[in-house]
Ligand binder design. Sequence first.
Ligand SMILES: NC(=O)c1ccc[n+]([C@@H]2O[C@H](COP(=O)([O-])OP(=O)(O)OC[C@H]3O[C@@H](n4cnc5c(N)ncnc54)[C@H](OP(=O)(O)O)[C@@H]3O)[C@@H](O)[C@H]2O)c1
Length: 262
Amino acid sequence: MDNFTIFGNPVEHSKSPQMQNAGLKSINYNGFYDKTHLEDGTKIKEVFLQKNLKGANITVPHKEDAFKNADEVKGLASKIGAVNTYIKQDNKIIAYNTDAPGFMKALEEFGEVKKAIILGAGGTAKAIAVAFNEANIETTVINRSKNRLEYFEKLGCKTSSWNNFSCETYDLVVNSTSAGLKDDNYPTPLEILEDILSNSKYAFDCIYGKLTPFLQKAKEYNLSYKDGEDMLLYQGVIAFELFTNTKATKELIEAMREGLNA
Ligand SMILES: NC(=O)c1ccc[n+]([C@@H]2O[C@H](COP(=O)([O-])OP(=O)(O)OC[C@H]3O[C@@H](n4cnc5c(N)ncnc54)[C@H](OP(=O)(O)O)[C@@H]3O)[C@@H](O)[C@H]2O)c1
């Protein structure tokens, strides 16, 4: 049997095991996926090997340590500097970032996006900005504090903090802040958000499972909008393809979605 896990701290809330196990069951794969609470991210490789895992996902706050400790990093992950997936291949740990392609897949039901603005400048914003960069989407990043903007400037994004923001028109606005996750905050001061929403077509919130204050405003402004469920689902589906060396079918994706919502 192949064993998989998700490393995080905290990890108790993670829905990845129920989603991944539903996928494994649906293709009759002899494997099991559990959760691993990991305090010290620098130990991730050691624990991965001790647990004799075939693959793993990595969540907050260990994605950067996972990147540093991998034997080989593939795809966009090397630009992002963070990984969420480990695979053991020929006794080496190969690392990927499936958040970025998962996010792009989740956007597919919107129309064409040529210009976007990202609210927030944390780890998720980095993955999204790199994915946008690859897709030639002109990108602006606005964040509460200035000190996280340098990465995005180097990537070629326009950047701004709240006090020097000048609004343009955008196809898409993405909330990648944690504002609205456990509180009723907007991701920017309301006048800035209203300015952005009145100049955008589509709104995406990385937070899932609730209509955040950001999405409520997007709805009020008649934007097409969606929450982060598909982003979570598709990062998992792409990781699943790597774990099992299979290609996801529609049936598999629906089984994983049911697992996620069980
Ligand atoms: N759907 C999915 O699959 C998925 C995947 C990953 C993450 N997420 C969600 O994405 C969000 C960000 O995750 P992350 O890992 O990128 O977090 P992170 O690295 O900790 O970054 C958090 C960001 O949010 C900003 N922020 C926090 N509180 C704020 C507030 N009250 N007002 C304005 N800005 C605020 C921070 O700004 P400062 O720099 O000023 O502190 C920073 O830019 C979380 O809500 C997470 O649940 C969803």
